[in-house]
Design a protein around this ligand. Structure first.
Ligand SMILES: Nc1nc2c(ncn2[C@@H]2O[C@H](COP(=O)(O)OP(=O)(O)OP(=O)(O)O)[C@@H](O)[C@H]2O)c(=O)[nH]1
Ligand SMILES: [Mg+2]
Length: 459
């Protein structure tokens, strides 16, 4: 697709920095660059993928706006598949802004969010799943999430989809032959199940099963710290994050709101939530806070139930344990630096046998390495074996993949049930469309616009 207009945008974040980058893409990119760039050396051949040193000159041709390095990537061997110019200027918002203004005056249009990636997609430089991988890399919260995105950008997911398409197309070819055969002879012939159907189903199921692990890498693990008032929940949040995020006092009922922060454990984001202490609320504010706790517990991947070993257990502790006993819980016995009012063996019967019971001191940072390790074990994220292969990280891809799975399953059932092969062929064609939604081979413009508009400007 040939875009007539030339777009420009600032590709680096707003603010002061060593360098700022302005990107231009389109038919006029080189022509416009020549009008504002004065090379330091008389010979400036504008060879593709070369960097030139010189000045950016204002429209009156007299004032030097900045000293820059400028690069040129000639189509089609550029990110967008169009001519691209990148200006590396000094990272002053003032300078970057004035160069951009000048580019707009010379005929560039300000790029919409994600428009460079959208052009790369339309010009077949990348498929839609690769464009989405790029956005995911920019937003990655952990090294592993970034690595998965990079794998997808390099085509790991696209290759899997292509392999799946081949299986479905071959299965369809087998069915179409059976349909022709039926028409030729006017005899009923029950087709055999094409040999590609079961491998295709297994392949999709294995990709779908990667979603849970991938979600841990991309979005992180949600860990909620709960317990009755004053057991040390806020102290634990503060020590784990190394910040004074939450107010700590010896007055029970100090925390009212949910307080969240993210830490990184072994390259995986762990979203911690400190909560109000659970007890019979003493006023409406506390009640609201406690309602929020129950809500946050429903979204928790791991729940830390904190107990205070320096004071006798109460009915409140037992209610909290009881309400969470089926969840992914860790019992953390806090304040072990103080003389104990009870021993671990007196509470073991309150938990299911396999539950982990740890001793910690939130205030003095004792036992926290073991606590972090247990969080990782419980979330299943210590299991690395999947990260090298293609993974599904994107909800849109997951939904399309589930639809493809369903359609292939229905096709299989209708063949096995002895129905005419036309029915199965119809379902397999639907499955192909579902796969093509992922790579963007078949997708409507509205969805495309929605996807790209969530990208950054300049990307
Ligand atoms: N000795 C000792 N004191 C602790 C420890 N952890 C917390 N404390 C103290 O216990 C008191 C309550 O701590 P918080 O962290 O505010 O407890 P909380 O569970 O957040 O309390 P609420 O917000 O009221 O629900 C404070 O005085 C802390 O200093 C610990 O490991 N050892
Ligand atoms: Mg608190």
């Amino acid at each position: 697709m040939l875009h007539q207009d030339t777009i420009a945008a600032i590709a680096t974040p707003f603010g002061m920095a060593g360098v700022g980058i302005i990107r231009i893409s389109g038919l006029e990119a080189l022509k416009i660059a020549r009008r504002i760039f004065q090379p330091a050396h008389a010979n400036c051949p504008w060879e593709t993928h070369h960097l030139y040193h010189g000045d950016i000159i204002s429209a009156d041709g007299i004032t030097i706006l900045d000293e820059v390095l400028i690069s040129f990537m000639r189509k089609p061997h550029s990110f967008t598949g169009e001519d691209i110019i990148e200006i590396n200027c000094h990272g002053s918002p003032l300078i970057i802004g004035s160069i951009l203004t000048q580019l707009l005056e010379l005929g560039c249009r300000l790029a919409r969010p994600g428009e460079f990636s959208q052009r790369a997609f339309f010009n077949n430089r990348i498929d839609l799943s690769q464009a989405e991988a790029l956005a995911a890399m920019v937003a990655a919260k952990s090294a592993k999430a970034y690595a998965i995105g990079l794998g997808q950008l390099k085509g790991s997911l696209s290759k899997e989809i292509e392999a799946l398409r081949t299986l479905v197309i071959d299965a369809l070819a087998g069915l179409e032959a059976a349909i022709d055969f039926t028409e030729d002879t006017s005899t009923e012939k029950i087709p055999l199940l094409p040999p590609q159907i079961d491998p295709a189903l297994e392949h999709i199921q294995s990709l779908l099963s990667s979603y849970r692990t991938a979600k841990v890498y991309t979005e992180g693990i949600n860990v909620v710290i709960t317990g009755k008032p004053n057991v040390g929940k806020s102290s634990l949040l503060n020590t784990l994050t190394g910040k004074k995020k939450a107010i700590v006092t010896d007055i029970p009922g100090t925390t009212r709101d949910l307080i969240t922060d993210t830490i990184n454990i072994s390259g995986i984001p762990v979203n911690l939530t400190d909560t109000a202490g659970i007890r019979e609320p003493q006023n409406v504010i506390e009640k609201e806070g406690i309602d929020l706790v129950w809500e946050s517990l429903t979204n928790a991947d791991v729940v830390i139930i904190l107990l205070d070993c320096s004071k006798p257990l109460t009915n409140e502790d037992k209610v909290i344990i009881d309400k969470n006993r089926d969840g992914n819980i860790i019992a953390a016995i806090n304040k072990i630096d103080l003389p104990p009012a009870w021993e671990i063996n007196t509470i073991e019967h309150l938990f299911p046998r396999e539950k982990k019971i740890l001793k910690i001191s939130a205030k003095f940072g004792v036992g926290l390495e073991e606590l972090k390790k247990t969080i990782m074990d419980l979330s299943g994220s210590g299991d690395d074996k999947n990260t090298g292969s293609a993974m599904i990280t994107n909800m849109r891809h997951k939904l399309a993949m589930e639809k493809a799975l369903k359609n292939i399953q229905v096709a299989k059932e209708s063949i096995v049930g002895g129905m005419s092969p036309e029915f199965a062929a119809f379902d397999l064609r639907e499955a192909l469309d579902n796969l093509d939604e992922i790579t963007g081979k078949k997708i409507n413009d509205e969805i495309l616009d929605k996807i790209f508009s969530s990208f950054c400007i300049g990307k």
